[in-house]
Design a protein around this ligand. Structure first.
Ligand code: DGL
Length: 270
């Protein structure tokens, strides 16, 4: 149970790299009095092509690292990690830990009208079946179609989200999904919101694109409210960014995710 003095402790957020910043952006906007410590495991990105064992081990190390910095809760802002490691993290650590799968499924189940939902994600997330299982739990009449897109994360980390090469790759990956009459597409990787313009180009305006960030914020607020641990409304939030490889590239690309420059980026070891 969180004690009252932990109200002013930061929220810890981690991802394999830059993608989790899409969740941080939503947290900054909707919970402006909360401090955030973000960890991007840039030395080991991508997670989405790694084994379940590796993803669980990295995720535990990331939580331990953030915990040492006194965070009051953790957001696993990585689908690959949420789909494989969330249960292990809940078993291992005694602070509140929220993943991104359940919030994304909730949003998609609300959005779909024809009950045909597509998911694009890393191979690790697709192979875990975490999305179809969670959607079936929410509404067993929804048909779910998944597509692994391993090239998307490197293209985004390279800063190439809207380049013609990425449009071509997206056309190839989305061929099957676009023929299957889905009306909703879950962006099952926290990097993918940066691909929205490219995905729109390929899928047209009719397919709803669901990114879980807003629903995640809802869960964070609810968790902190229940524990009486929301920071005071007079507090001006502070943000810290930690990475496991050199900070310069992260700092440069962070602008594309957040829309502004960040200064405070430090290199740490897990
Ligand atoms: N942004 C992450 C995800 O949501 C990780 C991508 C990766 O590291 O492969 O899956």
């Amino acid at each position: 149970m969180l004690s009252v003095k932990q109200k002013d402790h930061p929220i810890g957020v981690f991802d394999s790299g830059l993608g989790g910043l899409t969740v941080v952006k939503a947290l900054m906007r909707r919970l402006p009095h909360e401090d955030i410590v973000y960890f991007g495991d840039t030395a080991r990105v991508p997670y989405g092509t790694k084994s379940r064992e590796a993803i669980i081990r990295f995720s535990k190390e990331n939580v331990a690292l953030l915990r040492k910095r006194g965070v009051k809760m953790i957001v696993v802002a990585c689908n690959s990690s949420s789909s494989h490691a969330l249960a292990a993290l809940h078993e291992t650590f005694d602070l509140p830990i929220i993943g991104v799968i359940e919030p994304g499924c909730r949003a998609a189940a609300k959005a779909t009208k024809n009950k045909k939902v597509g998911i694009i994600a890393t191979p690790a997330t697709i192979n875990s079946y975490a999305y179809p299982q969670e959607i079936a739990r929410l509404d067993s009449t929804i048909k779910v179609l998944g597509q692994a897109c391993p090239l998307f994360v490197p293209l985004i980390e390279e800063g190439w989200s809207t380049k013609p090469v990425t449009v071509s790759v997206a056309k190839e990956y989305l061929k099957k999904l676009s023929h299957s009459q889905i009306d909703t597409l879950i962006l099952g990787c926290t990097h993918y919101p940066l691909l929205k313009p490219t995905l729109r180009k390929v899928l047209g305006a009719k397919v709803k694109l669901v990114d879980s960030a807003e629903e995640v914020v809802h869960d964070v607020r609810e968790t902190l409210e229940k524990k009486n641990a929301l920071n005071s409304a007079s507090h001006k939030a502070q943000y810290k960014f930690l990475v496991s490889d050199e900070p310069a590239h992260f700092q440069k690309l962070a602008r594309r995710f957040l829309g502004f420059d960040i200064q405070d980026v430090a290199r740490v070891t897990t």
